[in-house]
Design a protein around this ligand. Sequence first.
Ligand SMILES: [Zn+2]
Length: 301
Amino acid sequence: MGKKKRSLFLMALFTAFVLAACGGEQASVSDDEGIKVVTSFSILGDLAENVVGERGQVEYLVPIGEEPHEYETIPSDFQKVSDADVFYVNGFGLEEWLERLVQNVGDVPIITVSDGITPLPISDQDGEDPHAWLDVANVITYVENIRDDLTERDPDGAEEYAANADSFIAELEELHTWIHTEVESIDESKRAIVISENAFKYFGEQYGFDTVGIWELNSHEEGTHSQIAAVVDTIKEREIPAVFVETTVDKRYMETVANDAGVAIAGEVYTDAVGLEGSGAETYIKMMEHNVRTFVDGLNQ
Ligand SMILES: [Zn+2]
């Protein structure tokens, strides 16, 4: 191949590459179904759905009822993520299975929607506590990150994303204020959340609760005799009136704690997933309202 011929060939190749790249990008968000978003778990799914609105579809991977820390991916997850325009994850180490997944899903952009939030440490070891979404103020940051990413990815939808995010953030601000008001009815000395996985640290920091878990993270779940005994001691010392269980965690450990401490399990709360259809906690806002009512009722005994 002569010099001139070769540069023409390279130029043609380059042009084809650029065209393919542009064509691909446009097709991904302007086809009939709109933008395709996949999130790692159901709570992020609900947040994304509120921002995407009518402009596309949102799916999530970890089924409701399963916990997202040590989730085992199934073959259809790889397909879902490969077919998506973007994959939203929580970060702070929540998705311990992420590395395995992303090795097999091509070049789908993976966006960490907790960006900009200062993580809390895990109490008894190195690492970050992933449960930032249990503080509504953090969730407003998640929503802003989702809005900004969608706007960049699909600029034609900018106005719609902005309007959707604005009205959702207004609802979240209302929820945030409501929680602060609602928890005031609980005596300060009783403001402690005892739960299997110590997932309410961000919630506690924001809304004024101490939190006690049998273990720190579900992925380090143990429930040893000494862990159970330590929680029982704390309940007795502090005269905490009630304990709680999660929808996504084995309840037997907390049943032992409740028995040994002589307190009631005052209800089930949502930490790592929204509720199933018909539960009354199908959305992030509803699950937070349910949690707060359960805490207020349980701790006011
Ligand atoms: Zn968790």
